[in-house]
Each structure stands twice: as structure tokens, then as C-alpha cells.
Design a protein around this ligand. Structure first.
Ligand SMILES: [Zn+2]
Length: 88
């Protein structure tokens, strides 16, 4: 297992989608290679951060503001402005 193969398999390794033989080979390379180990650690931290961010609740009122904006965008601006319209 060399650095290129490790980087090609890194995401599968992180997802636990490599077989036991490949998993062991990657783990051994990561243990021995500082560059790949640093890349692996970085990916783990990115995933950790994403997981934490995704668990966060949206700020209060955000959902209501989005729904209001969608409703405003879907409503024609002169619908109840008292304009005569083409038939008047
Ligand atoms: Zn390496």
C-alpha cells in the first residue's frame, strides 16, 4: 500500500467500506506515514465538525422567516393592492 492508494481509498476507509485486508493495510500505512496520517486526521476532524454542525438546532425563528419569505415570493405583489386589473 502506497500513499496514492491510501489517498484513493481514504474515504472508503473512513466509511468502513473496505475489506478487512485493505483496512489493515491502510491502517498500517497510516501508522507509518506522517503525511497520510495527517490527511486522515484532517478528514476525521472535518467529518466530526460536520456531524456537530448538523446536530445543531437552527436558530429560533429561522423556519418562520424562511416560510414567510417563500410565501411573499409566491404571492403576486399587486394581488390585494386594489389595482383595477384588465377587466375593470
Ligand atoms: Zn503515505
Amino acid at each position: 500500500m502506497d500513499c496514492i492508494k491510501v489517498s484513493q481509498n481514504l474515504y472508503d476507509y473512513l466509511d468502513g467500506e473496505v475489506g478487512p485486508f485493505r483496512h489493515q493495510a491502510i491502517a498500517r500505512h497510516l501508522h507509518a506515514c506522517a503525511a497520510c496520517s495527517a490527511g486522515y486526521t484532517f478528514e476525521v476532524q472535518v467529518r466530526q465538525t460536520l456531524l456537530e454542525k448538523c446536530r445543531d438546532e437552527p436558530p429560533p425563528g429561522l423556519r418562520a422567516r424562511i416560510l414567510d419569505a417563500l410565501e411573499a415570493a409566491a404571492t403576486p405583489p399587486d394581488l390585494d393592492a386594489g389595482s383595477p386589473g384588465p377587466l375593470a
